[in-house]
Design a protein around this ligand. Structure first.
Ligand code: FE
Ligand code: FE
Ligand code: ZN
Length: 302
């Protein structure tokens, strides 16, 4: 059997950059990870320090973390769908170009992007704006693949159906530079039935093609199918449930694709928040639900 490729969202801080991300990954017992090149909610970015990157590579080698499985996530305030404020749209395009350069200097090849929200514009215009934006951003020599993330369909979010994602891919000239990141919380919120994941994969294959699927976000959801809310829950503790998520993680058709947890931190005493990943990953490897997991996390970090 192939080794499970699993990790979580980790931090990337200016002081130690990728070295810190890798150390955090190792502390969770993971063999891959996802990071934002700075804070997810803003676009302040430090210059990449190549010495730190080399040090991180050495650590990754020692711990069997393959570079090709590591994922970068673009900040979620980047919105290519809305051109009402041209400044923000142009900023998003410039930022994405720089983010691709940062990925290249870090040796990263997969960048997850939320397609965007059309806000007051129609979905059709939103999709056209995303296509135009990507056509401005992508270059034929880049090694970075942009993974469009499937969305929950909250507000005016684009990308809550495989058809919309496919429309974007078809509209982009250099679409060999595009892939897809499937988020279990988001697709359930969007109305896909996760209890029959093979049927979801069949549909994905029919509309987009499974060869485009390059990352899975394995999150539970606080809301039922079709809720369009986008509130992640800890693995097995939400409405998707442990067995359905385990079936996703261990599905043979996607065994070569990295699985990334973006489940919420657990609240402790005096407002401290604890990362659940070390415990969730152990539970996933164990394939057995532990109803006391959250208490064990609190006790461990206390
Ligand atoms: Fe995301
Ligand atoms: Fe996600
Ligand atoms: Zn989400």
């Amino acid at each position: 059997m192939k080794e499970l490729i699993i990790g979580s969202h980790v931090s990337f801080k200016s002081a130690d950059q990728l070295v810190g991300s890798v150390k955090e990954t190792i502390s969770y017992g993971a063999n891959t990870f996802m990071f934002y090149t700075g804070a997810p909610q803003n676009t302040n970015r430090a210059k990449i320090d190549d010495n730190l990157t080399m040090e991180a590579y050495k650590l990754m080698k020692e711990h069997n973390i393959a570079l090709e499985n590591v994922i970068v996530h673009a900040p979620y305030i980047i919105n290519l769908a809305n051109t009402e404020k041209l400044d923000s749209y142009n900023f998003a395009i410039d930022f994405l170009k720089q983010e691709i350069d940062r990925c290249e200097s870090l040796g990263m090849t997969k960048l997850v992007l939320h397609p965007g929200s059309s806000v007051k514009l129609s979905k059709e215009i939103g999709i056209k704006n995303i296509i135009d934006g990507l056509n401005k951003v992508l270059t034929k020599d880049q090694k970075v693949i942009i993974l469009l993330e499937t969305m929950a369909g909250k507000g005016s979010e684009i990308g809550s159906s495989f058809e919309e994602i496919k429309q974007i891919i078809d509209g982009v000239t250099l679409n060999d530079k595009l892939g897809v990141c499937l988020d279990t919380c988001h697709i359930s919120d969007a109305g896909y039935d996760i209890t029959n994941f093979d049927a979801v994969l069949d549909e994905f294959d029919k509309i987009i093609g499974l060869n485009k699927l390059m990352c899975i976000h394995v999150n539970d959801s606080k809301n039922p199918m079709g809720a369009h809310k986008d509130r992640h829950d800890n693995f097995g503790f939400g409405l998707l449930g442990f067995d359905n998520l385990i079936n996703v993680v261990y599905n043979k058709r996607i065994e070569n694709i990295p699985k990334i947890l973006e489940t919420p931190y657990v609240d402790g005493d005096s407002k401290r928040m604890f990362p659940p990943y070390k415990f969730e990953i152990a539970m996933i490897r164990n394939k057995k639900f532990n109803p006391n997991l959250l208490e064990e996390i609190r006790a461990y970090y206390k």
